[in-house]
Ligand binder design. Structure first.
Ligand SMILES: *[C@@H]1O[C@H](CO)[C@@H](O)[C@H](O)[C@H]1NC(C)=O
Length: 317
């Protein structure tokens, strides 16, 4: 850490995001690679949003949730990847104090929102599959609109406390973050006074959020799977399984990586590994989500085909 330029002043006005330190040629290569990944993520998720908006057959709660989830993925990657791309080309790699905390707040709030949407989608499948007769009466427009409003705002409300606490810590010394985003763990390590309470509150928030939403999702799908196993019709069985399999694949990708990162004692991992795991939930999950949904889902595939006019008959599945 020899890049610290503000050691003489009392407070830090900006941070340096090291990203993936390497030669200029490698930085260019990373720039190209992540540009492609980012473009594909935007295209894939936009396609799902368009499909849900344009195809009337997809105007059901499940697809409205999915459309909102894809929009959320676009917001989520946009909090980190454009800045990361700019840093690959920049030599200073600096980010202002305010921008750093804004990124941190939006990245985590959208991350929490993703967890909430995965819960909402799990609850929706539970109702639809375990209580099909009551489903239309329970899942009214009022309920799903309320759930969507909660999904979008929940993370922002909840994460306000940790972000305010962490931004109030004194930052007076080195300002180099060995990461590609303003992550709270390296940020807290840069603070010049150890604040055990802030760290505890931050870990508690994350632990409650992750364990709570994960158990909720797990129980919902466990009940769904039990119900599906008892279904008499083979066709109904297959359809329910394939829908839930894609949901569970997204859940596994997202929770798998955040749990490895934040539940196991975070600072125990070498920095290189931490950054690699962070790539999974911040970049790879949003890329995979549209692939998982559109490859496994017949209705979604049909809607996409119709909209983008690739009805050649050759690819009929
Ligand atoms: C998100 O939810 C709102 C509220 O129900 C709905 O009107 C909108 O179409 C959804 N957005 C997408 C992209 O599906």
């Amino acid at each position: 850490m020899n890049v610290s330029s503000t050691e003489t002043t009392n407070s830090v006005s900006h941070f340096i995001l090291l990203g993936f330190p390497s030669s200029p040629e490698m930085q260019l290569l990373y720039f190209g690679l992540f540009s492609v990944v980012y473009t594909l993520t935007l295209m894939g998720n936009t396609a799902i949003v368009c499909a849900v908006q344009l195809d009337r057959r997809l105007h059901t709660p499940m697809y409205i949730f999915l459309g909102n989830f894809s929009l959320l993925e676009i917001c989520y990657v946009t909090t980190t990847v454009p800045n990361m791309l700019a840093n690959f080309l920049s030599t200073s790699k600096s980010i202002s104090f305010v921008n750093c905390f804004t990124q941190f707040y939006f990245f985590f709030s959208f991350g929490y929102d993703e967890g909430f949407f995965l819960c909402i989608m799990a609850f929706d499948r539970y109702l639809a599959i375990c209580h099909p007769l009551h489903y239309p009466r329970i899942m009214t427009k009022q309920l799903y609109t309320g759930l969507i409003i909660f999904g979008w705002s929940g993370g922002f409300l909840l994460f306000l406390t940790p972000v305010v606490l962490i931004s109030q810590l004194p930052y007076c010394g080195p300002n180099t973050i060995n990461h590609f985003l303003c992550d709270p763990v390296p940020l807290m390590m840069l603070s010049c006074s150890e604040d055990a309470i802030t760290q505890l509150i931050y870990s508690t928030f994350n632990a409650i959020f992750m364990i709570g939403t994960f158990l909720f999702i797990l129980c919902s799908y466990a009940l769904v799977i039990l119900t599906v196993l008892w279904m008499p019709s083979q066709a109904g069985k297959r359809k329910a399984f394939s829908t839930c399999a894609s949901h569970l694949a997204v859940v596994t990708l997202f929770y798998g990586s955040i749990m490895v990162m934040y539940v196991s004692p975070g600072s125990g991992h070498p920095v290189k590994i931490q950054k690699f795991i962070a790539l999974f939930y911040s970049v790879i999950t949003p890329l995979c989500n549209p692939l998982i949904y559109s490859l496994r889902n017949k209705e979604m595939k049909n809607a996409l085909r119709k909209i983008f006019g690739t009805e050649h008959g050759v690819h009929k599945v």
